[in-house]
Design a protein around this ligand. Structure first.
Ligand SMILES: [Zn+2]
Length: 313
């Protein structure tokens, strides 16, 4: 197992390979009085989280784990919350929109993976793939909005920043003392064998531009993320540009799938995945549907039947 890495005095990280291509980084922030974990990984992240806490002395009587700060409701960000809440009496803190998914696992799985059940249906294969990635639901203690802060003592203050678009709602966490940002999935993975996915393309673009200004305005020193290695501000800004370019390219490929003859959502989705060399699955199905809705609103395409579209003009 990887060693715990100290990114800045109060911020430490451990790495877990979710798959050979998809990394997961887990973070703990320590103040003088108490500590917080940013996101809870997958159920199988538990030994990584234990090591992270152990090596940083978090969870002992002089450094209680007080907060489980969540970025968003995806299964790989909430996995150990029930256990950590039980063991440490820590408070689950998230954004309002993430509450139903964190409290209700079955609803989370259904809305995450089974949003178009006639295309990707429920069944033993999907259940066997996904159920082990979910822990039981857990009650949320506190919801925060942009600008709210969590104080850990000794001047360590973590400020919430709203970064929707990958999901309907997402928070990033900015540690004011070290000027370090800890993000979830606002900076989406772009070089995976699957599309990481986004629920609101235009909103995600706005969040990425907001991050660009935030880094400049708040003098951010470094940025840690759930699925990319931590990096300094300049290297982070380059990554943000790459992700914006990737979203543009994805949008263009989706657009090219819709011509003057009617095509179905399923055809557009399959064609997009093929053209971009990604394995088709539920994340990209939702993403393609989201882009189609933006094309509809822009009057680029029209709906000519159930989930069937064609280019206008
Ligand atoms: Zn996510």
């Amino acid at each position: 197992m990887e060693e715990v890495k100290r990114l800045a005095e109060p911020v430490s990280q451990i790495y877990q390979a979710l798959t050979p291509e998809v990394p997961l980084y887990l973070h703990v922030i320590r103040g003088d009085d108490c500590a917080a974990i940013i996101d809870g990984g997958m159920p199988n992240s538990s030994e990584y989280i234990n090591r992270l806490l152990e090596r940083t002395g978090v969870g002992r009587s002089d450094k209680p784990l007080q907060y489980l700060l969540n970025t968003h409701g995806h299964h790989d960000h909430i996995g150990n919350f029930p256990r950590l809440k039980k063991e440490h009496g820590a408070l689950v803190v998230t954004v309002e929109d993430a509450v139903p998914w964190i409290e209700d696992t079955e609803r989370n799985l259904r809305e995450f993976a089974l949003h178009h059940p006639h295309i990707i249906g429920d069944g033993p294969d999907l259940r066997a793939e996904l159920e082990p990635t979910y822990s039981e639901g857990v009650r949320v203690d506190l919801t925060l909005t942009e600008g709210s802060t969590v104080r850990l003592g000794g001047g360590i203050e973590i400020e919430a920043i709203s970064l929707p678009g990958h999901l309907e709602a997402e928070l990033g966490w900015f540690e004011r003392h070290t000027k370090m940002l800890v993000l979830g999935d606002a900076v989406i993975g772009i070089d995976w064998p699957i599309f990481h996915g986004h629920a609101k393309p235009a909103v995600l673009r706005q969040s990425l531009r907001k991050l660009r200004s935030f880094v400049a305005d708040r003098d951010v020193t470094s940025v840690a993320m759930s699925h990319y290695h931590a990096r300094g501000a300049d290297e982070f800004l380059e990554l943000v540009e790459e992700v914006l370019t990737f979203i543009d390219r994805t949008e263009q490929v989706i657009r090219e799938q819709i011509g003057r003859r009617p095509v179905t959502l399923e055809q557009v989705w399959q064609g997009t995945c093929k053209a971009m060399g990604k394995a088709p699955e539920f994340r990209s199905l939702m993403m393609v549907d989201a882009h189609i809705h933006e094309f509809l609103h822009a009057y680029e395409i029209e709906r000519v039947g159930p989930e069937t579209y064609q280019r206008i003009g």
